[in-house]
Ligand binder design. Structure first.
Ligand code: 13P
Length: 255
């Protein structure tokens, strides 16, 4: 049984005060939820404050990026050790916005995954095709490229700790969600790749989240899909009401 994991990617939104207000509301509304792993991923500037606000709660914290070196003259970067130090348990790696705007490649993704795992952070590894790639019939090819090359030289022991997020770029921030069938098809394909890269047993334990215009209204149908094990939520994670509802709806899904 794979436990459903719902994570909120706040992207570059919220001041310290706004973030604190949001997590106070989430903590109040979600304290009884035990069957879902809940994560919030705010910008770096909020991490220390939210770690305080969420101490001893059932909501964990993740960062949105990490550098692979432990320390050094790398102006503007933050290491896994620093993220652990500030209270993170998770880190998003290879988000399409980082691939698109900040030169992230499968190679840098792979280095970041290894650094995160070495330091005990759980990487949430994002993969997914653009609209042009989907329309050209290249979805599986892109997924194979992202998954195989992102996971080069990851041991089976480490593979058990990773989370993959399938985020079709055309569904991110567009209001155009992948249908449950499209999501299931991609997730099943990704799990098949994990069988080939690792083995059946490991692949059956790795959680694969869906991301791209997840809202309270589409959560249930998406989470019901056999290979969809959670959601990486952008816009709808910025408000307590919608994120709470997504977590609660996911918590009601019986597979
Ligand atoms: P939206 O939920 O706003 O489409 O964003 C998805 C996303 O990019 C999460 O990482």
């Amino acid at each position: 049984m794979r436990k459903i994991i719902i994570a909120g990617n706040w992207k570059m939104y919220k001041t310290i005060k706004d973030g604190q207000e949001l997590v106070v509301a989430l903590r109040r509304d979600l304290y009884q939820i035990e069957n879902i792993d809940i994560v919030v991923c705010p910008p770096f500037t909020l991490l220390a404050y939210l770690a305080d606000a969420l101490e001893t709660s059932n909501i964990k914290i993740g960062a949105q990026n990490v550098y692979w070196q432990e320390e050094g003259a790398f102006t503007g970067e933050v290491s896994s050790k620093m993220l652990l130090d500030v209270g993170c348990s998770y880190v998003i790696i290879g988000h399409s916005e980082r691939r698109q705007f900040f030169g992230e490649t499968n190679e840098t993704v792979n280095k970041k995954i290894k650094a995160a795992l070495k330091n005990g952070l759980i990487p949430i590894i994002c993969v997914g095709e653009t609209l042009v790639e989907r329309e050209a019939g290249e979805t599986f090819k892109v997924l194979e490229d992202h998954v195989r090359n992102g996971l080069v030289d990851i041991s089976t022991d480490d593979a058990l700790k990773i989370i993959i997020a399938y985020e079709p770029v055309w569904a991110i921030g567009t209001g155009r969600t992948a249908s449950p069938q499209q999501a299931q098809e991609a997730h099943k394909y990704i799990r098949g790749l994990l069988v080939k890269i690792f083995n059946e047993d490991v692949a059956s334990q790795i959680r694969i989240q869906y991301g791209g215009s997840v809202k309270p209204e589409n959560t249930e149908e998406l989470m019901k899909q056999p290979d969809v094990d959670g959601a990486l939520v952008g816009g709808a994670s910025l408000k307590a009401d919608s994120f709470t509802e997504i977590v609660k709806k996911a918590g009601e899904v019986v597979k």
